[in-house]
Write a protein that binds this ligand. Sequence first.
Ligand SMILES: [Fe+2]
Length: 473
Amino acid sequence: MTTEIKPQNIFQAGFTSLNHETSLENLPVIGAIPEWLAGSLYRNGPAKFEAAGGEYKHWFDGFAMLHRFSFNNSQVSYRNRFLLTPVYREALETGRLSPAFSGVKLAPGVEAGPPNKNAYFNPDVNIMVAGGRYLALTEIPVALEFGSEELNTLNAFNYDGLLDCQVFGAHPHYDFNEKRIYNLGVKFGRQSYYQFYAFDAGRARPRKVAEVPVAEPAYLHSFAMTENYLIIVEFPLVVNPVDLLTSGKPFIENYRWEPQRATNFIVVSKATGQVVNNYQAEAFFAFHQVNAFEKGSEIIVDLPATGQFTADQSLLLDNLKAQTTGNPDPARFRRYRLSMQQNQTEFEILNPLLAEMPAINYRHYNAREYRYAYAVSNNRSQPEGFENQLIKLDVYSRELRIWREAGCYPGEPVFVASPQSVSEDDGVLLTVILDGKSGKSFLLVLDAATFEELGRAYLPHHIPFGLHGIFTA
Ligand SMILES: [Fe+2]
């Protein structure tokens, strides 16, 4: 691709392919990485957007690449590998790209091929560890297992055939009290269902624990969880299930944004699998959840919400690269209060800034009352076409801390608690940052309490903007 990169669009390097795989020891570090930080940050995301036969149109459709930053004695090592899926191999061997989440811009003279049954199997969204298996996830009921050391592709994993759905989420929740993982499925058919599955003792064997009938399922990228409830936040971005199964269109093109419908909070009891309440709110959309918890007679749901769904267009690569000032209606942190006594909802905006890719001290505060949320954001006085700062929001005091450096573009932050932590923000925040000035990426380590930089480890190349990841000790 030869898209001209103008000074105000230096973030565009984040949407260009990284074709090589490498393994590097002792990355050059500026500052100091805490000695106690031991383990690996795994990142997943799209990394290659074209082949001989054309280009993918949508950011989410780039071929999945895994990255691992490992920390030991204040040293950082790095490795990256593509996931060797059938569609990736086919693109390398024949040049063919298959429409998946969105479409393909075919190269001149290239004709569209027949539908590819493997098109959706590009697990570039997230990573889950279940039963000791490292699984790369996208939103289908098949994951791709990989080796945690080499990042080598192992086998496709269909959860032992125990899932009865066509969509299976890439944002599972870990319930550390119950030692259980929960995830959300959607089954399409003459009668469609939202489903919850539980992985007991964290093993890779799901069992269905709830099933909620629905006429026109919504696109659900994540769900919320409290101590006692699983919550489907059902946006008015809906699909006719028959159309989805038969239209042959790329996935997201089958969905319709119908803001005249409500956004519903469907509250499911973990104990019984039954819907215990269904709250209606005005239309909004969110990809992610910040946190949710029960307090008195209320359920609190914090999420980065926008009044519109535009990601089918706004996250097209051409539009992302052309954008200079950011989304006019960005996601912001909202707090929804669901009153169990009055069956009503109200919300407030916790902070007016764009906030996406949220993180918390998940291990100790997920599904509990919490104080600190982290996110990528866009600077208010100098917004750019991609998020250019990290924020820490105190949801009690609403105090905001910001980390920002000119020409730098952060990805999803991941919080790692220090070994003897006593306070919620005692730990570090790890983030992969694109330094648009040099066209290279670095791993940033922030003190999560002060939001001061502790250190950074530079790579000799860029990492395309990624989606999600995990830290394992
Ligand atoms: Fe996500």
